[in-house]
Design a protein around this ligand. Structure first.
Ligand code: CA
Ligand code: CA
Length: 163
């Protein structure tokens, strides 16, 4: 029961596939010049329920027609994810392309298909558990207990020296 509460589901992978290559953004439309650089520079940004923005990084100059995958070395608890945004990174202002909600099924938005992989993770569970009121209370109680033990230890050492 306690373990079930602690284990929780985290997002571990996002795959984005463009449906139509012609509809992908380009940095410029000049033919024959810097065709590689003209390719889109996709990046994924996760918006959390607490208003944080987690940038999963950019894939410079790559089409998403064969699918681009972002793996999360640190899974994010699915309870904390408000939305997932696909952007085209640019030097000055990065353009938001589409924003979707996390789903166990593939999600299609505009010219893109999103697929998500989630995993039950103990680490994610611990992180989100210690953000709950019960978790915070346990965390605080544990900290206080450790402090008390240290205090008693010091007191006995000090007492021993004096006595
Ligand atoms: Ca580019
Ligand atoms: Ca760009």
């Amino acid at each position: 029961m306690a373990m079930a509460a602690v284990r929780s589901v985290g997002l571990t992978q996002v795959t984005v596939t463009a449906l139509d290559q012609k509809a992908e953004p380009r940095d410029h439309l000049i033919p024959l010049v810097k065709q590689t650089e003209a390719l889109p520079d996709y990046r994924i940004v996760i918006n959390t329920t607490t208003g944080r923005r987690i940038n999963l990084g950019a894939r410079p100059n790559q089409s998403a027609i064969d699918g681009l995958t972002w793996r999360l070395s640190d899974p994010i608890s699915i309870d904390e994810i408000a939305s997932i945004r696909l952007e085209d990174q640019d030097k000055l202002v990065s353009d938001a392309i589409v924003e979707v909600q996390l789903s166990s099924e593939a999600v299609t938005a505009g010219n893109y298909k999103f697929e998500f992989l989630t995993e039950r993770s103990l680490a994610v569970g611990f992180q989100s558990f210690f953000k709950t009121p019960v978790g915070i209370a346990i965390g605080t109680a544990f900290t206080l207990a450790v402090l008390l033990i240290l205090l008693m230890l010091f007191a006995s050492l000090f007492g021993g020296v004096v006595g």
